[in-house]
Design a protein around this ligand. Structure first.
Ligand code: UDP
Length: 278
């Protein structure tokens, strides 16, 4: 009994030291990490590379997370819908997707690089191929996801794709999908159901798949399949990709107007208010 006591003390000390090291590491990450609220929703002020590195660390440590690629439509919806707001607030990484959030941050005096979700996801796929992390893809129409997967495989021959499913399913089928996903447990799951559906779907899955990194990718599979073209580079550079998409798909008009101008007016009011109370 007496011999065990010093051994237990050593183990206890070791555990305390490991715990302290973890706390220091976490604190360092928090210190480095900056978040800025835009109309009540925190946006991570990472560069593209930093955000990618953040996800890489998470994958290496066998952790999971929910990544949200946030845009003004999602912020406006979050301000109307409590359930969606809670999901946005609980996300582990919120990256600014599109020029709207970039302008909003600029109004608040912050220069932030735009991180298009589709480009971020493409880099993530490259990283998964390189590091051997398995991936899953769910969303879009059957022929779209099949073609997208075919194109991804052409470009990433060593990628381990463990789950492929179209995005049209009812509640009963969803239960089966959840079980299938839990069984294969891809390290990264790309979900293309459009916002807010994909974020709500991910938030339900997240507690059941703690080692998976989830990202909602909207219409990315349509682009990867080759069936939808991204805006030409000049539109992307000028931050006018939304205009191109609206002209191509006029049905999008009512999603953007009056939401986008209203969003910017609210951001200006928020920035003035913040300056007054400083
Ligand atoms: N989608 C789906 N299931 C649904 C609704 C939508 O798989 O129940 C897919 C749809 O086929 C498309 C994507 O979700 O591939 C939504 O694309 P959208 O361009 O609307 O998304 P955004 O990029 O604007 O968020």
């Amino acid at each position: 009994m007496e011999a065990i006591f010093p051994l237990l003390t050593i183990v206890l000390y070791d555990l305390i030291i490991i715990g302290l090291l973890y706390i220091i590491k976490y604190a360092m990450e928090c210190l480095h990490r900056k978040k800025e609220p835009v109309l009540g929703f925190g946006v991570d002020l990472f560069t593209f590379e930093e955000a990618l590195q953040y996800v890489h660390t998470c994958l290496k440590e066998n952790n999971g997370m929910q990544i949200v690629t946030i845009n003004p439509e999602m912020i406006s919806l979050g301000n109307k819908d409590k359930e969606f707001a809670a999901v946005l607030n609980n996300a582990d990484l919120v990256i600014p997707d599109g020029v709207g959030v970039k302008i909003a941050l600029k109004i608040k005096g912050i220069s932030q690089e735009n991180i298009p979700g589709i480009e971020f996801s493409k880099k993530l796929i490259g990283m998964c191929e390189l590091e051997g992390f398995s991936i899953g893809l769910i969303g879009a129409k059957e022929e779209v996801i099949q073609k997208a997967v075919q194109n991804i495989r052409k470009e990433h021959a060593n990628l381990n794709i463990t789950y492929i499913r179209n995005g049209y399913f009812d509640e009963e089928q969803e239960k089966i999908i959840v079980e299938e996903l839990k069984a294969v447990s891809p390290r990264v799951l790309f979900v293309a159901l459009g916002a807010p559906k994909q974020e709500l779907f991910i938030s339900k899955l997240k507690p059941q798949m703690p080692n998976t990194v989830f990202i909602g990718v909207g219409g990315s599979f349509d682009v990867w399949s080759g069936m939808v073209k991204r805006a030409p580079k000049i539109y992307q550079t000028l931050g006018l990709e939304w205009l191109y998409r609206t002209v191509k798909e006029p049905a999008r008009f009512k999603r953007i107007f009056p939401a986008l101008p209203l969003f910017l007016i609210q951001v200006i009011i928020e920035a003035i208010h913040e300056n007054l109370v400083k």
